[in-house]
Design a protein around this ligand. Structure first.
Ligand SMILES: C[S@@+](CC[C@H](N)C(=O)[O-])C[C@H]1O[C@@H](n2cnc3c(N)ncnc32)[C@H](O)[C@@H]1O
Length: 382
């Protein structure tokens, strides 16, 4: 059979979901294509839209056998077109099916890495709309929105039902300020960014100013903090703790509340370190280190060699230099790894297992309904 050609149509059944939430389908030649807006088990007609190395991209032309769990998306801007918003790619599926897909991905990814650990049932989000406590809008000064699903262009919005009520109000206020010449993109930039947060009024929004990290779902963050609090409560407070990727102290506060004598909280963003320092949490010493630089991790290992508790919450890249912190005779007895990326988590987990730790608990949870994102809470012990 001839190789797939651009614009060619073909019929296939979606066999799986990729990590970015797109469906994976096979062309009759066996070539793999990624398609937005479809779900495993669905049979559909597709059109080839492009190629990248061994893979291809296709778009949905007609659904022949839709999944029974399809629903009407709650947001008018949801879609897969060039001007539709790409923020919530799974809004067309029932929430239970979304959670099942996330849980399955955790299981499959760990199995692929040869990791055999008990995985608790995924904890769904209490609210599937109105949960997002921070966001970054894009604007060109004439319209305002997010990045489009089918292109890297601005997708204008008039509302966003996943935002908290406060952030929806902020959005309305900002939309009322259009057109706005002060928001015209600087040279070579496609847009100006506007970071909003439900802890700030619309009047405090500063163009192109990134706000320090904050967990995006307040209800699930409370659960994560409580999960950690209950477990550190069982540890002897005379032990020394090292916390990595501490941000401005979301989890440091929980650790400090246990009354540990010494906590070294490490973070790479200077503003966050300053905020953490300003909180003057009991026993806490804030340190600024770039944890993506191996030499800095080795230095840190020397400074934290007496720690027996490790808490880490890296960004999606995970902690590639985790081995630098765990020499052959390391003293870590309890490790709490909070992860927002199952692939890098599995990679790092292999290092922790090789260092003599075992998984005591692994709890997936959903921070961002309607997206493929999945969060993990893991407790390991020596
Ligand atoms: C997932 S956030 C967690 C923050 C905090 N634990 C919380 O719950 O708010 C990851 C943190 O890693 C920090 N970070 C990113 N790259 C880093 C690097 N190279 N070195 C150190 N910290 C970094 C970010 O600034 C952010 O605060």
């Amino acid at each position: 059979m001839q190789a797939a050609a651009l614009h060619q149509e073909f019929t296939a059944t979606v066999r799986d979901l990729a990590t970015d939430g797109r469906g994976i389908v096979e062309h009759p030649t066996g070539q793999v294509f990624f398609v937005s807006g479809v779900w495993p088990g669905e049979t559909a007609r597709f059109r080839v839209t492009g190629f990248k190395q061994r893979f291809g991209f296709a778009q949905l032309v007609a659904l022949l056998e839709p999944a029974p769990a399809r629903v009407t998306p709650p947001c008018p801007h949801h879609g897969v077109g060039e001007r539709d918003c790409g923020g919530c790619p799974w809004q067309f599926m029932d929430y239970r099916a979304q959670c099942d897909a996330k849980e399955q991905r955790v299981r499959k990814t760990l199995a692929r890495h040869g990791i055999d650990a008990h995985i608790a049932a995924l904890r769904p989000a209490p609210d599937i709309l109105g949960y997002r406590n921070r966001a970054q809008f894009k604007t060109d000064g004439r319209q305002l929105g997010f990045v489009a699903a089918g292109s890297n262009r601005l997708a204008p919005i008039t509302d966003c039902p996943i935002l908290t009520a406060h952030n929806r109000d902020t959005l309305r206020t900002l939309l009322g300020q259009l057109p706005n010449t002060a928001w015209k993109p600087q040279r070579k930039r496609g847009w100006t960014t506007l970071d909003v947060d439900d802890a700030m009024p619309a009047g405090d929004v500063v163009p192109n100013q990134r706000r320090p990290f904050r967990q995006g779902n307040s209800a699930q963050n409370s659960y994560m903090r409580q999960w950690l609090a209950e477990r550190v409560q069982r540890l002897d407070p005379s032990r020394t703790v090292t916390e990595l990727f501490a941000g401005s102290g979301n989890f440091t506060e929980v650790i400090a509340a246990r009354g540990f004598q010494a906590i070294r909280a490490v973070e790479g963003v200077v503003e966050s370190v300053a905020q953490l320092d300003a909180r003057a949490l009991q026993g806490t010493h804030a340190l600024c280190h770039n944890l993506f630089v191996e030499a800095e991790c080795r230095q840190l290992q020397a400074r934290t060699a007496n720690s027996s508790v490790l808490v880490l919450d890296p960004p999606r890249d995970g902690f590639k230099h985790i081995a630098a912190l765990l020499p052959k005779k390391h003293g870590y007895r309890d490790v709490f790894y909070i992860s927002c990326d199952v692939a890098t988590f599995s990679r790092d987990l292999q290092v922790l297992l090789e260092a003599g730790l075992t998984v005591r608990e692994l709890q997936p949870l959903d921070l961002f309904p309607h997206t493929p994102h999945v969060e993990l809470l893991c407790w390991l012990q020596a």
